[in-house]
Design a protein around this ligand. Structure first.
Ligand code: DCP
Ligand code: MG
Ligand code: MN
Length: 321
């Protein structure tokens, strides 16, 4: 995973990666989890290749790449494109435009709705959906890394005003070093406060950010004990951006960092590794002696690590970098 990050932006197999991403995104929108995951695994495997792949034979040798994917890779190498992608575009455009899941989009399409105006007039939308439409153009764009840095800085400063012991860490694609981010993910904790979340401080932080005009719209209902906040934010004169904030107890920070750093594929694979060792890893911690029935946990097990990422990696026997 770490080595894949280093080649993300200019990979000798970038064309193959780009085409397979279109495929995987298509299947994700279609809610075909199996195909989505298998193409994403293939993409990760290809990102780790340091040399250009030049044939079916070379592709099939790469672990994580099966016959069908290897065939598609060969087609991309030989033709510069994937015929399959042409057939996808129409349905995909509709889904992209409406910004909803495939089944809802198809239902609306079947009723003859083609534009946002059609939707606004005819469908009873939730608050979050209305905002999604209103700021559609802004929200389609990925956020330049520098802007995430600036927004994070402002959140940190506001947090410090609420309580100097509040600490904020920007996680997700940002902490993975990506040049652009889909949204801004921030973990908040109060230094030294174990076993509890300071909901009051979290809520005050959100209030201040609203007063400053950094937060512009809430997508989640604000409740007294909510640990999650989803909303929109904006720098003066800038575009509207999606922001997610989470508050966690100090003792769980390591487990939360690990799980909110991702990416999602990495989380699945490290959780599977834990499972193979009769452990269970979630965003609260790592537990051992977990007994499982068919697919279900019979007991929660014993907590063995949660405070730092390193402790968790050590307990799993995975080198921490
Ligand atoms: N996450 C996960 N499984 C999911 C969704 C998220 O494990 N299905 C974890 C890993 C992600 C983190 O939460 O890295 C943040 O989720 P985001 O959806 O914000 O994804 P990223 O920040 O990784 O990417 P993006 O740049 O698209 O926001
Ligand atoms: Mg994110
Ligand atoms: Mn997010």
């Amino acid at each position: 995973f770490v080595s894949s990050m280093q080649f993300e932006e200019n990979n000798p197999n970038q064309l193959i990666i780009d085409k397979l991403k279109v495929l995987s995104n298509h299947y994700q929108r279609m809610k075909d989890e199996w195909r989505t995951l298998s193409y994403r695994k293939a993409i990760t495997a290809i990102k780790n290749q340091k040399e250009p792949i030049t044939s079916y034979k070379e592709a099939i040798k790469i672990p994580g790449i099966g016959h069908r994917t290897a065939e598609k890779i060969a087609e991309i190498i030989n033709t510069g494109n994937l015929k399959r992608l042409q057939h996808f575009s129409e349905g995909d455009e509709i889904i992209k435009k409406f910004g909803v899941g495939a089944s809802t989009a198809m239902k609306w399409y079947a009723k003859g709705y083609r534009t946002f105006d059609d939707i606004i007039k005819n469908v009873k939308l939730t608050h979050a959906q209305r905002i999604g439409i209103e700021y559609f153009d802004d929200l389609q764009e990925r956020i330049p890394r520098d802007e995430v840095t600036e927004i994070s800085k402002r959140v940190k400063e506001a947090a410090c005003k609420v309580d100097p012991d509040l600490s904020c860490t920007t996680v997700g694609s940002y902490i993975r070093g990506r040049p652009t981010c889909g949204d801004i993910d921030i973990l908040v904790t109060k230094n030294g406060l174990d076993g509890k979340k300071d909901y009051g401080a979290f809520s005050k932080l959100l209030d201040i950010l609203h007063e400053q005009g950094l937060l512009t719209h809430d997508l989640t209902q604000r409740e007294e004990t909510s640990s999650k906040y989803f909303g929109l934010c904006r720098l003066p004169g800038g575009k509207h951006r999606r922001i997610d904030m989470f508050i966690v107890p100090f003792n769980e920070l390591g487990a939360a960092l690990l799980s909110f750093t991702g990416n999602d594929i990495f989380n699945r694979s490290i959780r599977l590794l834990a499972k193979k060792k009769k452990m269970n890893l979630n965003h609260h911690g790592l537990y051992k002696n977990v007994s499982r029935g068919h697919n279900t946990k019979l007991n929660k097990g014993i907590l063995i690590a949660q405070r730092t990422e390193k402790e968790i990696f050590d307990a799993l026997g995975v080198p921490w970098r």
